[in-house]
Ligand binder design. Sequence first.
Ligand code: NAD
Length: 338
Amino acid sequence: MAIRVAINGYGTIGKRVADAVAMQKDMKLAGVTAHSYSFNTEIAKQKGYKIFTVGGDNDLKLNGISPDGDLNNLLEMVDVIVDATPKKVGKENLEKYYKPKKVKAAFQGGEKHEAIGTSFVAQCNYDEAINKDYARIVSCNTTGLCRTLDAVNKKYGIGSVHATMVRRGADPWDIYHGPINAIVPVLEMPSHHGPDVQTVLHNVEIFTTALSVPSTLMHLHTLTVDLKKKANVNDAIELFKNTARVRIVRNAEHLRSTAEIMEFARDLGRLRGDMPEICVWQEAIGITSNSHNKLLYMQAVHQESDVIPENIDCVRAMMGFKDSEKSIKMTNETFGIR
Ligand code: NAD
């Protein structure tokens, strides 16, 4: 029987997870919630998704949408709910998912690890979410760091990592956040990303710094990794080429910037122009020439989409599907990821 999934919080992440659920052969999208009326709700209606109210009366009916019920009605119909509400709301929702019956719930990276108990990146620690009632798909930045660092750790062993996240100021649709004319450092050391990586890659020593810039397209990470074994650039390129949900991009292709990567994703015909793979620049992979055990690389992270396949795999793991590789393959096929 198909896994019945609901989405609570139908915004940047929620609408993408809803479409991804609807694409899976082993899942059925039971419905999505609407906290308030917007173009997102209109599109959900056009797609034929059932729409449920949350937080009492809102302006759906005024705008010609007849809801199919409320959150409690939706909870009666599902095995798992994906909570993609704004950060910290998910934690407050956790208890609601016990009523009217206990429903499993997958949360996003805006919630703290401690509130949920299990943090998840499919290719790193799928097994930790198997049969869990609650799990958290880590943030877009943490997902990006975990995907590539896990591969590096398995091949070379990691002594320690220093990474800097150059973060987009806001999502493209977002008229409220910034900066629009500043570079804003995160004034805490380490930034929260390093400890967050350790909720998934438990034994990796990592120190992170971060700053925000006036861009909406992607995040960019620079990493310096002390390796336990010697490495060379060609092997490192091959490693990333063969890592799930990682894509090597090249200067020669004129994929020299986050802007060009986003244009490339649109040209690939990806839904919404998304790029769920972490893009590592081939020419920006380096190994220090004296010791051969320090790896440097740069990667771009499409914040709106890299966590979407993770949500799908997390739902499968929570429902007891044990084969991580098969789950990743099934999900990737529906996204057109190589
Ligand atoms: P968003 O603001 O785009 O969407 C949130 C949606 O939830 C909106 O549609 C809003 O109307 C609705 N909502 C608000 N309060 C609600 C409530 N009480 N109940 C139900 N719905 C409610 O937010 P987002 O960017 O999709 O972020 C959702 C989660 O995903 C957060 O934890 C965030 O940290 C995480 N995340 C975001 C990104 C990103 O770049 N946008 C990337 C990875 C993870």
